[in-house]
Design a protein around this ligand. Structure first.
Ligand code: IVH
Length: 660
């Protein structure tokens, strides 16, 4: 064998291995620079000796000439679609339908429904020979040249018998933002979302352009195979992984309850994934059972998608108002034409501050896309500028506080505008609402509207006044009555016994959150010691920084604040801390867990709850920062990654010992 040929062979194999380590395993062993250097060497050798150029050479990932058009491909096996479901009840019905046909012994695999483009890849003799779009499910377009640019698609696999697999091409969220930034700099098209960007990139006739786009792929189905070594979908995943493919994340669910928990979990946590998903896909695991269930014209009976509620919607900005917060921050808020997003009716969106409004160029009357994830406050993602009529009105932050009329100021280094009037009625109202809130004094039955009424009626001016209220003052109020008045008075009275930490938090001292309040109460034990504490004593507390210390000192320097505390004391409000153990270190304090595989004794949600109750966090992906990977049965890629990164892997038994 010629020396040159063996050098080329060795380089191709070495570079393909590095490519796999870097892109699929996320675990490179050489630097990008070394990789590029070797690729350059290979390129040179191939140019000088074209007879030894291999089809699976990494230099073959970008096609030579742009295509005139895409040719058509008839799929060997139709590329089916999925039936959609939108509720837990529909999942329960799906499970019943399945069990009626195959009996009660069914295991499911749940996967993310990746929001990208479905493609099929064909391998013959181990070589990637053809790749196509789904098209109408029967005939698609030949986009082989473009798919070859995706580094997570191996050009050569160990399997030599014919293999067709299906997956979803997507662009990771972070890479999408980078891509749009680059497009903006170069004056290219700005893509609306990662899916559109992936679609646009795959439809390029010039694969050199496709090669510059951060495309990636997850494989989730074996369409055609002559290999009979796997009897289940999850075994199929293992086989695909061995072939060098990047497979979709998946989880085995033994019961419909587990599926429902997975749906609830991911509907809330979808934002934590590095790629967009629009739901989950539930599939019967056993391939014999799949055969028995069969397929309908367009979709299999053995799978269903659970679609999440859309998180984005279009609406118009009817007005922009400003709100004054507890600490005087004047923040703009968009009043929207009410629209349903992620299951709730949204009428407002936060605009954060003046810079945000300017950056997004939001005007009154604009058509906008809003985004709402889980319980998070809705946000405006972008303005649909094409829909502007010219009648939109520019918004300006007010020079005066809308509540007290005093001049607003922008403090250096701060993005927000502030009203610095300590007697501002809006700030006072917000402060009262904060005082009674759940993490502060937790006074049941005292909401924002009622507090506003108490202030309007002149019954309450400051937080201490709440403790001087009388039943006969409350019962005549509209919608109150004797019983409610009595209940409210006793709830207020009960709150006098709260721990000092709640009171400190309730005072609304700038930068002092509920955790800091606990630390302070724990350290000083009495209100007197707290208000008399010196700088050095306070800053010595772990987790209490300089800014917070200065803010506390400023608060206790003010006569009106001290008077307020005195008035609370006179009303009989507890001024001592008894909850000694509140901030003692918990078993999992500061530890990050990743859950993978099926646990025997807990659902994922239950395990998560235990971890969080003991001060830990659960994350969806394994990184060097992960402390433990809790691995159940059939643990998948996360377990592999944990082992590669040297992250501690624990069994369910270990976990039980740790939280006992
Ligand atoms: S299974 C017969 N699994 O969703 C197999 N599809 O609405 C049918 N999709 O066109 C598809 N992630 O492009 C399957 N983990 C996943 C998926 C997935 C995304 C897409 C796929 C399909 C569409 C169906």
């Amino acid at each position: 064998m010629s020396d040159v040929k063996s050098r080329i062979d060795a380089l191709v194999e070495e570079l393909n291995e590095h490519n796999y380590r870097y892109n699929v395993l996320d675990n490179p062993v050489i630097s990008d620079f070394e990789f590029d250097k070797k690729l350059e060497d290979l390129n040179k050798l191939e140019e000088e000796n074209p007879q030894y150029k291999r089809q699976d050479s990494p230099t073959q990932r970008v096609g030579a000439e742009p295509l005139k058009s895409f040719s058509q491909v008839t799929h060997r096996i139709p590329m089916l679609s999925l039936d959609n479901s939108y509720s837990k009840e529909e999942i329960v019905d799906f499970d019943k339908r399945i069990k009626k046909i195959v009996g009660d012994d069914v295991e499911y695999v749940v996967e993310p429904k990746i929001d990208g483009l479905s493609v099929v890849l064909q391998y013959e003799n181990g070589m990637f020979t053809k790749g196509a779009t789904r098209g109408n499910g029967i005939v698609g377009e030949n986009i082989t040249q473009n798919l070859k640019t995706i580094n997570t698609i191996p050009l050569l696999i160990p399997e030599k018998s014919p293999l067709d697999i299906r997956g979803e091409v997507y662009i990771p969220k972070k890479r999408f933002i980078e891509l749009n930034k680059m497009q903006e700099q170069m004056g290219g098209v700005i893509f609306a979302n990662p899916r559109n960007a992936a679609a646009g990139s795959l439809r390029q006739l010039d694969s050199k352009i496709t090669a510059t786009r951060p495309l990636n792929i997850f494989i989730f189905n074996i369409q055609y195979s002559e290999n009979t070594s796997f009897q289940s979908h999850s075994q199929g995943f293992k086989y695909l992984k061995k072939q060098g493919f990047k497979t979709a994340d998946h989880q085995i669910c033994a019961s419909v309850q587990d599926i429902v928990s997975a749906c609830e979990h991911w509907e809330e946590k979808r934002g934590e994934l590095s790629y967009d998903i629009d739901g989950l896909v539930v599939k019967v695991n056993n391939l014999e059972q799949r055969k028995l269930l069969g397929e309908k014209a367009k979709s299999p009976r053995w799978a269903i998608s659970y679609k999440f509620k859309a998180e984005e919607a279009e609406t118009t900005v009817k007005d922009i108002m400003v709100q004054v917060g507890r600490t005087g921050a004047v923040t703009p808020r968009a009043v929207l034409e009410p629209v349903r997003v992620a299951g709730s009716l949204v009428s407002y969106a936060t605009l954060h501050n003046e810079d945000f409004v300017q950056e997004k160029d939001i005007k009154i009357g604009d058509h906008v896309v809003i985004h709402k994830a889980g319980d998070v406050i809705p946000e405006i993602v972008r303005v649909i500028k094409d829909k502007r009529t010219g009648n939109e009105v520019q918004f300006q932050m007010p020079a005066e506080c809308p509540s007290c009329g005093r001049e607003t100021v922008r403090i250096e280094d701060e993005a927000v505008l502030r009203c610095i009037n300590k007697e501002c009625p809006a700030q006072n109202l917000r402060g009262l609402i904060h005082f009674v809130s759940r993490d502060a004094m937790n006074i049941d039955g005292l909401g924002g509207a009622l507090i506003e009424k108490l202030v309007d009626e002149g019954l309450v001016q400051d937080i201490a006044d709440l403790y001087y209220l009388k039943e006969e003052q409350l019962s005549p109020l509209e919608g109150m009555g004797d019983k409610s008045a009595q209940n409210l008075i006793s709830a207020i009275s009960e709150s006098k016994n709260n721990d000092l930490s709640r009171l400190i938090f309730g005072l609304g001292i700038k930068l002092v959150g509920s955790k800091a309040a606990k630390l302070l109460a724990n350290r000083f034990k009495t209100m007197d010691d707290f208000i008399n504490a010196a700088y050095d004593e306070m800053i010595a507390i772990d987790e209490i920084g300089e800014k917070m210390t200065l803010s506390v000192l400023e608060f206790v320097k003010e006569e009106r604040n001290l008077q307020l505390i005195e008035k609370l004391k006179e009303a009989g409000v507890n001024m001592t801390s008894v909850e000694k153990e509140v901030v003692t270190k918990e078993a999992f304090e500061g530890k990050t867990f990743v859950l993978t595989g099926t646990l025997q004794n807990y659902s994922r949600n239950e395990a998560k709850e235990i971890i969080e109750n003991l001060g830990g966090k659960v994350s969806s992906s394994v990184s060097k920062k992960t402390d433990y990977v809790l691995a159940g049965e059939e643990a998948g890629s996360k377990l592999e990654k944990a082992m590669k990164l040297g992250v501690e892997v624990i069994s369910e038994e270990d976990f039980e010992k740790m939280n006992a």
